[in-house]
Write a protein that binds this ligand. Sequence first.
Ligand code: HEC
Ligand code: HEC
Ligand code: HEC
Ligand code: HEC
Length: 336
Amino acid sequence: MTMFNMIKKIGALLCLMSVCVFAQADDYRLNPSKVKGPDACGECHEDSVSAWKLSHHATSFKSMPRSEGAREIADKMGIKRIKSESDCLTCHFTASDSEGSAKPIAGISCESCHGAGVDWIDVHSDFGGKDVKAEDEDPAHKVKRYADSEAAGMIRPSNTYEVAENCFGCHTVPNENLVNTGGHVAGSNFELVRWTQGEVRHNIWYTEDNNEASVERRRMLYVVGKLLDLEYALRGVSKATVKAEYALSMAKRAKKATAFVKKISTLIDAAELAEVLGIVGTVKLKLNNEAALLEAADSISAVSSSFASNYDGSTFAGVDELLATPDKYKGDVFSK
Ligand code: HEC
Ligand code: HEC
Ligand code: HEC
Ligand code: HEC
């Protein structure tokens, strides 16, 4: 089960218990009542915010609703106010609770990738009391701090699978109507190394210079990214009901990702890859096949998530030939 689906289920449950503040809290990737907003993070993470502000994730907030392309899509969809429509909000904006309704406060922001912060923001930065510094933190406290933060919804960068899962939830554009009726682009040509190491890069908390990720880390990002692409393509195909642009491009995405996983399995030694290929081999990429496709995606999710925690990339030099070179990184890298 993915974090996203879990949150959606919890959202639905809360509604059943009649404490449903948002008519469709279910429709948002983040529960608006749990969102702090990027300014709150910026109180401590000033440089991360500076980097983010230059990225399309931040600028989309102002530029997307004003663009001609957006108007065209909205018109075809019969949408009047782009910013208040959950169909656009959920991927292009961060919404927070304002007197019982979801109000867009920023573009795609910190919490879109690190998890909605209300329940963990204070926990993750408390080293054991106001006067305790990081270097004086009790080791047992540190273990508990991280565990408590994650239990409260924080997605830590070290959890490669979960942090990257967010990217694919948006960038595969799993919305049939939006693509077929709205004419929205049917997913990004997304590769995790290329797309994390450019304008999105903000390695400026533990080190100063916003260096690119180490080669071991990039290998992990690369392979985990291909596994996620496959998983999310299957989730995408599972929503396909008519033979049109959406279904065709999702199926193509799934085939392409499968071919990549096959290739990677010949370059590095990891039993999980064969396991994933075995799962894909059992399922048909066809319309109206939701249950089987979701079951396959869930199984791949479990294998990929353990793959991400089982290795550190040091034995995966075999994929170096596939890693993007810095001139291919997407967007400009922030420097202080
Ligand atoms: C009061 C200051 C403060 C605020 C506000 C704050 N952080 Fe942090 N953050 C910290 C500190 C201190 C650390 C380092 C913790 C450590 O060394 O484990 C940290 C670490 C992190 C990390 C890396 C954790 C890891 O696993 O290595 C992430 C990601 C993060 N913060 C995200 C956020 C986000 C997103 C927000 C806003 C929702 C936020 N922080 C708000 C102080 C803060
Ligand atoms: C499922 C996620 C998702 C939803 C829902 C979504 N978008 Fe997008 N949209 C994306 C992604 C991802 C991109 C970036 C594609 C790329 O560059 O690879 C994008 C790009 C765009 C672009 C082109 C870039 C720009 O900012 O000009 C426009 C216009 C756009 N979306 C409009 C809309 C509108 C209008 C809606 C609501 C009707 C909407 N989108 C709903 C994910 C989504
Ligand atoms: C598009 C997704 C995304 C957004 C938006 C995002 N992050 Fe991150 N963040 C990541 C990923 C992925 C990593 C891990 C990068 C790596 O290790 O290669 C990370 C790493 C971090 C780290 C550790 C940095 C270090 O020096 O190692 C901190 C702190 C952090 N993010 C805070 C923030 C804050 C604060 C914001 C908002 C201003 C933010 N992030 C926005 C995805 C995101
Ligand atoms: C909440 C949805 C969402 C999440 C999560 C998300 N993105 Fe995006 N991303 C978008 C949308 C929408 C755009 C297009 C913004 C625009 O141009 O208006 C975009 C644009 C980008 C761009 C700029 C693309 C260009 O054409 O220049 C990069 C790079 C990017 N995303 C990387 C990432 C990475 C890496 C992650 C995960 C670590 C991620 N995104 C997570 C929705 C998302």
